[in-house]
Design a protein around this ligand. Structure first.
Ligand code: ATP
Ligand code: MG
Length: 693
């Protein structure tokens, strides 16, 4: 039973971890590993798991258990031993940040809002469960009647002819009950799975929707693996716990109550003694529950962390391979997965102890029933059938209690998984995706102005990127921004796209404050961004370009590709526009990827083109062609170009030189060249003499 419980509560995590960890565990390296990462200088040995003393697992995880007077007193190691904190600043985990889910509360109201549409199914499921429970309560009594008939004929050989006659009714009733029990079991399981799947689907889509709506700053902090884990594992956990709690929990509680009533009817005396111990079990269960919940939450967090590492390593496999970091990544993952395993072992240990205690108590109950029941039978105060019914009812109570202790793990997991899911579902972004002024297309001129803009990234509030930045980009003009790396050029583009809001000052489009405009409309219709590191989706080239305008025809897609000088290389592929570009566009060269991205941006025919190093990945020859294409595309649009290469910017109407978030020079190419200042230094330093002062 313990094994079953353990299996049930930790199946997913253990399944996942076991397969990864077993080779390492056989080498007995897991605990040594922890030791290696312990803070050597620490004098407080309790900060690390000490593997050298040969202590048993129980000692290592520091669980103290004492049973006194039928009450379990449970003390989880969490308070006694702090798991060794590895020197994470020495590995790439140093940047690991997870939103603290300590304050994540299970949102009952929200949960009810998911359940409410399925109230009828829920009621049907509850009714089915109760009927099964009531039948389970009746069955022992009916069985008692059958036993009484059997007992009667075992002593009365002469009257055996009437046996079948007497047996007929109780046996028939019992058969009917068995059939009804099976039918309603099927019914409530089916109902519950219907509700569970529907609720899980709604939660999953709501969570995904909420994640997609979060501010870009949220993604600066979170790791993909963490988010994916909440979308998959946590919702799965929550769903199975919900189903188990409703079916198992409700049935078990009803059966306990019903059977307890049966017991009182059969023998109040025996029942009184049996039930004396129950409150202490409930008290112990509640106490242990609160302790284990914390451990469960920690374990789930840890698994999330391990998943995030695996996710990052797998999606960056080329970098991992290029730096021959496979072993280090493996080690990093193993360490985090091992920590998760330790937490889960602790959880399993606690649950196991509880179950073991419950079993001991219940078996004691059976023995004392037999003891007392036998005595009452011998003094004719109880019939054989009554004793049988009593025993069966106590067995039902025993099974129900065992079920509750099994459920106990589910409740803990379900609540903490649910809290984590609701935490993100309820998270409100600062910036809404929709809502605000939408300008008529024909009125858009594309005049952009930055007025006294001050900005620092939310993750680094102390580092000012722009200080009172002012810039006017007149309608239909091409403005180039140059400046050395890290000066805030891409930040200007990010602010225009409203990936972030300014800390001070305003940005306007045709005189309208950007904050007053509908952000989705702005991004989808006015701005066309070709970013520094364009990323494609793992689908066909056709669909990637069409991403810029989902209702575009194949011809329009082809037109945009021609404009971006991409048509010829696409036609060169055996599958042409249906070529799959691989995850994030990995199966295309840098220049090809860039041109597909340009086509994607041009397809939506934006009024304002934002080119952030758009041609940096192209060779000189393709750059020329794309440059011509972009110049062609720039006609009638406002263009903001960020580029390092002279060729891309020298025809700009105005060139702005940015230095440490401030404009230091401004003018045409010729003017700035003659000025021999920053611009000159940026572009000509290597070819001519340095500026004279
Ligand atoms: N998401 C972010 N969170 C925090 N800081 C950031 C973020 N993105 C950029 N920064 C910081 O802001 C500063 C300006 O970055 P930005 O990307 O605008 O530079 P850039 O001028 O485009 O440089 P490059 O020419 O190398 O592309 C840098 O110091 C950078 O480290
Ligand atoms: Mg940049």
């Amino acid at each position: 039973m313990n094994a079953l419980l353990f299996h049930n509560c930790n199946l997913r995590n253990f399944g996942r971890l076991k397969s990864v960890l077993s080779p390492y565990r056989t080498k007995n390296s897991n605990l040594l590993h922890f030791k290696r990462h312990c803070t050597n200088t620490s004098t407080n040995s309790s900060k690390c798991l000490d593997s050298t003393k040969g202590a048993s697992l129980i000692q290592k995880i520091g669980i103290g258990l004492s049973i006194s007077g039928g009450l379990f007193s449970f003390s989880l190691y969490n308070n006694n031993v702090v798991l060794c904190k590895s020197r994470i600043s020495q590995n790439r985990l140093a940047g690991y940040r997870t939103m603290s889910d300590k304050d994540a509360k299970f949102d009952w109201q929200k949960f009810w809002s998911y359940l409410e549409p399925h109230t009828w199914y829920l009621l049907a499921a509850i009714l089915g469960t109760l009927i099964v429970a009531i039948l389970n309560i009746q069955i022992p009594r009916m069985m008692g009647e059958v036993i009484n008939v059997v007992a009667k004929y075992s002593n009365d050989l002469a009257g055996h002819n009437k046996f079948f006659q007497d047996m007929k009714i109780p046996a028939f009733k019992l058969i009917i009950m068995y059939i009804a029990q099976s039918t309603f079991t099927f019914f409530y399981i089916f109902m519950l799975s219907k509700i569970g799947e529907n609720v899980a689907l709604k939660m999953r889509t709501d969570l995904f929707n909420s994640i997609l709506k979060q501010d870009i700053a949220f993604f600066d902090e979170q790791r993909t693996g963490e988010l994916v884990n909440r979308l998959t594992a946590d919702i799965q956990d929550f769903k199975s716990s919900f189903k188990q709690i409703i079916s198992g929990g409700l049935r078990a509680v009803t059966q306990i109550l019903g059977c307890a009533a049966s017991l009182i009817i059969i023998s109040p005396h025996m029942t009184f003694i049996t039930l004396l111990c129950v409150p202490s079990v409930i008290a112990a269960g509640t106490f242990i529950g609160s302790k284990l919940r914390n451990t469960s939450r920690t374990a789930q967090n840890q698994i999330e962390k391990a998943t995030a590492i695996a996710d990052e390593a797998i999606s960056n496999i080329r970098t991992v391979r290029a730096f021959a970091m496979e072993d280090q990544e493996n080690e990093l993952f193993r360490k985090e997965a091992e920590t998760a395993m330790v937490y889960n072992e602790q959880l399993g240990f606690g649950i196991g102890l509880f179950q073991a205690g419950t079993n001991l108590f219940l078996n004691g109950m059976v023995l004392s029933t037999l003891y007392m029941g036998g005595y009452l039978l011998s003094t004719n105060q109880l019939s054989a059938g009554d004793l049988m019914a009593y025993l069966m009812a106590t067995q039902t109570i025993q099974r129900s209690l065992a079920q509750i202790s099994l459920l106990f793990g589910s409740v803990i997991r379900g609540l903490s998984a649910g809290s984590r899911v609701f935490q993100y579902i309820n998270l409100e972004p600062n910036m809404r995706l929709r809502g605000g002024v939408v300008l008529p297309t024909e009125e858009i001129k594309g005049e952009i102005q930055f007025k006294n803009v001050t900005f620092s990234y939310p993750t680094r509030p102390d580092q000012k990127i722009l200080h009172k930045f002012n810039l006017m980009i007149s309608s239909g003009k091409t403005v180039a921004i140059v400046g050395s790396s890290g000066n805030g050029k891409s930040t200007i583009v990010a602010l225009l796209e409203r990936f972030y809001d300014t800390d001070g000052g305003i940005i306007t489009l045709d005189g309208h404050d950007l904050k007053s405009l509908d952000p989705s409309w702005l991004r989808g219709n006015v701005l066309g961004l070709i970013s520094q590191e364009p990323v494609l989706f793992g689908t066909t080239i056709l669909e990637n370009i069409r991403y810029g305008k989902p209702d575009a025809s194949d011809e329009q897609v082809e037109e945009a590709a021609k404009l971006a000088n991409a048509h010829n290389f696409i036609k060169g592929f055996p599958d042409a526009y249906n070529t799959i570009v691989g995850e994030r566009g990995i199966a295309l060269s840098g220049g090809q990827k860039q041109r597909v991205a340009i086509a994607r941006a041009l397809l939506k025919n934006p009024s304002v083109l934002l080119l952030d190093e758009a041609t940096s990945a192209l060779d000189t020859e393709s750059e020329k062609v794309v440059q011509t294409a972009l110049e062609q595309a720039a006609k009638g649009r406002t263009v903001l170009v960020i580029a390092h290469r002279l060729s891309t910017i020298q025809n700009a109407d105005i060139i702005v030189v940015l230095h440490k978030g401030r404009i230091v020079e401004m003018g045409t190419h010729e003017e700035l060249k003659n000025l021999k200042g920053y611009y000159w230094a940026l572009n000509f330093q290597q070819h001519e003499d340095p500026p004279a002062g």
